[in-house]
Design a protein around this ligand. Structure first.
Ligand code: HEC
Length: 151
């Protein structure tokens, strides 16, 4: 191929390549580190001072109920993360893979992008009150989830 022609192909492809470099696809692990670990910590333990609930022995149970799954799509980190719905599904599944084990042995269903889209569209005006409903339902089933200091 003549040099000029191959050069013009490179020039034609360059803007697309640069645009792609602008928005790299990040792995769920990287998204967790960048967008979630600041509050939830590398070990998913949260902090009592920050009122951030711990994930281990807890988030898997929350993800096993209908209401709990809707709740998870309205927590502050998800609402303000500027991740798209596919990335939210991936980062939630990452959390569930690492910290979502439950006593029943069956891991909670992974989230799909469609489920995230559908649940985010459901109105949850008060996420703290909504979590209380989730906790009440779980405690009626004999399950205790992570402590949460808010009344
Ligand atoms: C600015 C701090 C902050 C960041 C960043 C943050 N979260 Fe959270 N997260 C919270 C707080 C506070 C709660 C308690 C929920 C509430 O307000 O009812 C919570 C709760 C949760 C819960 C439910 C746990 C439970 O026991 O109630 C999940 C799941 C969750 N966050 C996922 C994420 C994900 C995924 C990210 C990153 C994309 C993220 N969070 C980033 C503060 C944060």
């Amino acid at each position: 191929m003549p040099l000029l022609k191959s050069l013009s192909i490179v020039m034609a492809l360059l803007p697309a390549a640069l645009a792609a470099a602008d928005q790299p696809t990040r792995s769920p692990h990287t998204n967790y580190i960048l967008r979630c670990a600041g509050c939830h910590g590398f070990e998913g333990l949260g902090t009592t001072e920050g009122d951030i609930p711990a994930f281990p022995d807890s988030v898997g149970y929350i993800a096993s109920t209908e209401m709990g799954r809707t709740y998870m799509m309205h927590v502050p980190g998800v609402v303000s993360a500027s991740l798209n719905n596919g990335e939210i599904a991936e980062v939630m599944n990452y959390i569930l893979d690492i910290w979502g084990a439950t006593d029943s042995g069956s891991p909670p269903e992974p989230f799909t992008e469609e489920e995230v889209t559908h649940r985010r569209a459901e109105p949850v005006p008060d996420v703290v009150a909504y979590r209380r409903l989730v906790v009440d339902e779980l405690s009626a089933m004999g399950v205790t989830v992570a402590e949460y200091p808010w009344p």
